[in-house]
Every structure is written in structure tokens, then in C-alpha cells.
Design a protein around this ligand. Structure first.
Ligand SMILES: Cc1cc2nc3c(=O)[nH]c(=O)nc-3n(C[C@H](O)[C@H](O)[C@H](O)COP(=O)(O)O)c2cc1C
Ligand code: SF4
Length: 444
């Protein structure tokens, strides 16, 4: 186990973002194979690979693909979720910037398998350079006959691909909110299964729709070119293949790294050059929505879905944030709470009100106004958000706070009692001086 470059094998090759170079290095072989296959055989190859969605939840990819109705009485749509708003995650933007043809090829293969003639790349609004690189690659693919009518020379096989820029809302990464946003509606989530049909039955414009993450699509050409069994031989029993991790924080070389699933978390930190500025204090392995793991528990954690959840955290989107001993966990969580309060779409009460209350309490603690009972109040609010919100943003706002209290209760207590950071005046991040003026809050 360790670094294993499959998606990122040629990432540093000059010109890899262009079709010629991508093809020279084996690109579009997976698509060429797919157009000669039965549709179900393509899905079976994805099934054999064991690929699970890389957007955060790790849902088996083939099950979604297989759920798209086989008839074509309605148009079918393919969506690439490149919203990537999860703090600490920056892999999809790099894939689209440097390897756009790999992602496009994966989407076309999905289109062929699912009888979809239209696809959308929904890119976060801030990722202008990634969108430009994707635009250029799409134009090249049209010219070469990989997109448009009769793709790869096969009569009647059509696939059009569009880019849609988001407007910078984290919530628009949630699949039902994304679909609303794509259709020009407010970016808020819809009712979920079993209260409403799954997107594969009724997605955009009430038609069957497949939504996968950018990295999920990027794995597909490799699976088709080399076979599902080949891909499935990598990783662990239930977490197959490789995964990209965006490593940031107190490491010598913050960047995206690709490792085999099941690689020890500490090995990833070493790949990134090791911890800087002091001893390791904690790691958040899967983006800001997942639970923090203290240094003394990190050794047993491997980078696969099962090992992470056994350790009380999640693999999530692979946004691995590393913190050294000078980190003030309460200030870190205050900043996290600020993000969720700002990004709450406001549709449901537990999240709309609760996220702001959490932020307000965190803010008063780190301003020296913490009160006895504040920690219990935080836990109470979190318990009333988790599982009671309309979408998973609410849960994601509560989990990090609860985990930080579980592992670092003494730091909260120190702040409340002494009105200062337990880490000292040079703590990271620095003690904030003013409240965020964007959030006008009522007293809790
Ligand atoms: C608040 C919120 C934000 C999300 N943001 C993203 C995102 O930026 N990118 C992404 O792929 N999935 C995101 N997801 C997960 C998507 O809803 C969906 O599960 C995913 O795109 C499915 O693709 P996959 O099966 O390939 O992982 C988010 C979920 C929630 C609740
Ligand atoms: S949990 Fe509710 S308020 Fe929060 S983002 Fe989801 S729908 Fe909106």
C-alpha cells in the first residue's frame, strides 16, 4: 500500500491537457472499447471494479448506473458534480485543469452505457481556470468526433457536453440542490427517496439523471481500458482502487496525492513531507464535514471507508487537513462553524437557526465571553440538528463540533475559565479580534 498513481500517472506530462498528448499516452482507449460493447457489459465492468463514488458518501457507482431505466422513452442526462465546495478538498479542480480529457472520457462512457445524449459539467464558479481548460478539451473532443453526433464513427451514438458554472454556493454540491441550480431554480435541496423518486428515475427536467463526482468519472476510462477485475484487485476488500487526497495544513508539501485505498493515514502525511512547525496534534481526514482524529488515535487509521468509520470519522471527499501542536481546536472549530452558518441555505429550521447559534456560541467563547454550560448547550444544539435537517449539510455542521468536544473538551473548558487560548498567544489560527460582520446574530 502507498502511493499508486493511476489517475495522476501523467499529470506532470507537458501538454497532457490537450487531446494529442492524452491520446498518445493511451487516452480514449476506454471509450473506443466501450462503444463496441453491450451497454450492460459496460455497467458490469464498473460493477466488477468495485468503484465507489468519490464525492463523499462512497456509494457503489454501478448501482446508480444500473438504476437508470433501460428504455429511452425519456431523455437521460449525465451530470458531473465538480462543485467541490468542501473545505480542504481541491482534487476535482486539478483533475479538470490538468486532465480534463480523462474526466470527459469517463462522462462519455457513462453516456454510452446509460443511453444519455446530453451531459453537464457543473463546475464551482470560482474554478475559472479549470472551466477554461475543460472548455478547450471539450472543443478538441468535438473536433475529433468523440463528442457530437455519431461519436467514434458509430451511427446514432450521440453525446453533447455542456459546462455550467455554479455561483459559489456549497449547498449546490448536494445533488438535488445542484439539479435545481442547473435548471435555473434556487439552489436548495429537494425531498429525497423514499419520499421522492431517486435522481436516476426523476432528475433534471423530471428525466432519469446520473450524478457522479469528477474523480468517479476520471476512474472510469481506466476501468474500461484495463478491465474491472484489474481495478478491483487494488485496495481493500470493500474499498477498491486508488483515491486522491488533498493534503493541506501543517505539512511540508501540501498537494494532491493518489494512494491505494487502505494506505495508512500516517503514510499519506509522510508523502506530503511530514508534519511541520511542531508535533502532530490532529488530522481531519476527509474534509471539514468529518470528525477530527487526535494524534494518539491516528496510527490505527487506514485510508479506506471501513477503517475511517471504525475510527469514528469518515473518508469523505479526501480533504486531509493536518494540524500541529500549536493549533487551537476551539478557534479551528469556530472557523468551521462560521463556514456552515454562512453556507446554510435556510430551507429548514434546525440547520438555518442551529448553525448560527453554534457559531454565535463559538464566537463568544473565543472572544473571552464563554459561559458555564456553553459546551452542554453546543452539544444540545448539535443533537437537534444531526438527523433532523432536510439535507446532510446540517449533519456536517454538527459532527465536527461534537467530535472536537469529545476529544478536546479540556480546551473548551480552558477557554471558558481563563478567557484565553490553552495553546498560548501564538496559537494557530490566531485569536480572532472581531466577529464576522456577514453574520448578524441574535443572542442565544
Ligand atoms: C452539502 C453537500 C455538499 C456536497 N458537495 C459535493 C461536491 O462538491 N462534490 C461532490 O461530488 N459531491 C458533493 N456532495 C455529495 C453529492 O450530493 C453526491 O452524493 C455526489 O455528487 C455523488 O457522486 P458520487 O457517487 O460519484 O460520489 C455534497 C453533499 C452535500 C450534502
Ligand atoms: S440542512 Fe436545511 S437549511 Fe441546511 S443546507 Fe440543508 S436544507 Fe438548507
Amino acid at each position: 500500500m502507498g502511493e499508486l498513481k493511476l489517475l495522476l500517472k501523467h499529470v506532470d506530462e507537458p501538454g497532457i491537457e490537450n487531446l494529442d498528448t492524452y491520446e498518445k499516452l493511451g487516452g480514449y482507449a476506454g471509450l473506443k472499447k466501450a462503444v463496441g460493447m453491450e451497454r450492460q457489459a459496460i455497467i458490469d465492468e464498473v460493477k466488477a471494479s468495485g468503484l465507489r463514488g468519490r464525492g463523499g458518501a462512497g456509494f457503489p457507482t454501478w448501482i446508480k448506473w444500473n438504476g437508470i431505466p433501460k428504455d429511452t422513452s425519456k431523455p437521460h442526462y449525465i451530470i458531473n458534480n465538480a462543485d467541490e465546495g468542501e473545505p480542504g478538498t481541491f482534487k476535482d479542480r486539478e483533475l479538470l485543469l490538468k486532465l480534463p480529457h480523462m474526466v470527459i472520457e469517463g462522462m462519455i462512457i457513462a453516456g454510452v452505457a446509460l443511453q444519455a445524449e446530453v451531459g453537464y459539467v457543473y463546475i464551482r464558479g470560482e474554478f475559472v481556470e479549470s472551466a477554461q481548460a475543460t472548455r478547450k478539451a471539450i472543443d478538441q473532443a468535438y473536433k475529433k468526433g468523440y463528442l457530437g453526433k455519431n461519436i467514434c464513427g458509430k451511427q446514432g451514438l450521440n453525446f453533447e457536453l455542456y459546462i455550467h458554472m455554479g455561483a459559489g454556493s456549497y449547498e449546490c454540491g448536494e445533488e438535488s440542490a445542484l439539479m435545481s441550480s442547473l435548471m435555473g431554480e434556487r439552489g436548495q435541496p429537494r425531498l429525497k427517496f423514499p419520499h421522492a423518486p431517486l435522481p436516476v428515475i426523476e432528475g433534471v427536467w423530471k428525466c432519469p439523471t446520473l450524478i457522479n463526482n469528477t474523480e468517479t468519472y476520471a476512474a472510469v476510462p481506466h476501468i474500461l481500458a484495463n478491465g474491472g477485475a484489474w481495478y478491483g484487485a487494488m485496495g481493500t476488500e470493500r474499498s477498491k482502487g486508488t483515491k486522491l487526497f488533498s493534503v493541506s495544513g501543517h505539512v511540508a508539501r501540501p498537494a494532491n496525492y493518489e494512494v491505494e485505498m487502505g494506505t495508512p493515514l500516517l503514510q499519506l502525511v509522510e508523502l506530503a513531507g511530514g508534519v511541520t512547525g511542531g508535533a502532530l496534534k490532529a488530522i481531519i481526514p476527509g474534509g471539514s464535514s468529518v470528525q477530527i482524529v487526535p494524534a494518539d488515535q491516528v496510527a490505527g487509521v487506514n485510508l479506506d471507508y471501513e477503517s475511517c468509520s471504525a475510527a469514528g470519522t469518515l473518508l469523505g471527499s479526501g480533504g486531509c487537513m493536518v494540524f500541529n501542536e500549536n493549533t487551537d481546536i476551539v478557534i479551528l472549530m469556530k472557523r468551521t462553524a462560521e463556514f456552515y452558518a454562512h453556507e446554510s441555505c435556510g430551507k429548514c429550521t434546525p440547520c438555518r437557526e442551529g448553525t448560527r447559534w453554534i457559531y454565535k456560541i463559538m464566537e463568544r467563547i473565543v472572544s473571552g465571553g464563554g459561559q458555564k454550560g456553553d459546551v452542554e448547550l453546543l452539544l444540545n444544539i448539535c443533537a437537534n440538528i444531526d438527523g433532523r435537517s432536510y439535507c446532510a449539510l446540517g449533519d456536517a455542521a454538527a459532527w465536527p463540533i461534537v467530535a472536537s468536544i469529545k476529544h478536546y473538551r479540556h480546551e473548551y473548558d480552558y477557554w471558558i475559565e481563563h478567557k484565553k487560548s490553552p495553546v498560548g498567544p501564538n496559537c494557530i489560527p490566531p485569536v480572532p479580534e472581531v466577529m464576522n460582520p456577514l453574520l448578524t446574530l441574535t443572542p442565544v
